[in-house]
Design a protein. Structure first.
Length: 155
């Protein structure tokens, strides 16, 4: 059986738990199966250290220019999604990768990047209540006509 390439996008100001949580889950799943299921790796705009939230420095395995095509694409959230909405090379990589992946997952505001490239058209992406103040800007930036956004709040 072919190992599934599992790409986790990282970028400056990515929320640490949003990428390390999935990394841990997919990596441990792979470990428990004798490393036969998955090839888990990180991808950044360039292959140089990324500064995650609160200053954590992370070295990506690949750049968007040399990363293997993912079978599973994970797009985390964080404040860094806002600048990424304007980075055409990142958006092009996300769209190209997502269209050819078997599964596409996002964490929190990673959904903004998927919406921007049209991957969520016609779907109801769940977003956190913390984005309520961002909604007016979000509608302008993403031109969400036709995309339904639902909100999930934790109580």
């Amino acid at each position: 059986m072919k190992k599934l390439n599992t790409a986790i996008l990282i970028f400056d100001d990515v929320e640490v738990l949003d990428f390390t949580g999935p990394f841990e889950v997919f990596s441990v799943t792979n470990e428990l199966n004798d490393y036969s299921l998955l090839n888990v790796y990180t991808v950044a705009r360039v292959k140089s250290p990324v500064k995650a939230r609160n200053g954590l420095s992370v070295n990506p395995d690949y750049s968007i220019g040399d990363a293997p095509q993912p079978d599973i694409l994970i797009v985390p959230g964080g404040l860094g999604t806002r600048p990424a909405l304007l980075q055409q090379d990142i958006l092009s990589w996300i769209k190209r990768s997502a269209l050819n992946a078997e599964k596409v997952l996002s964490v929190c505001t990673g959904a903004l990047l998927l919406a921007k490239v049209g991957i969520l058209d016609g779907l109801k992406p769940p977003l956190t209540a913390a984005l309520l103040n961002y909604l007016p800007k979000l509608r302008q930036v993403l031109k969400l006509s036709g995309v339904c956004v639902s909100w999930i709040t934790a109580r």
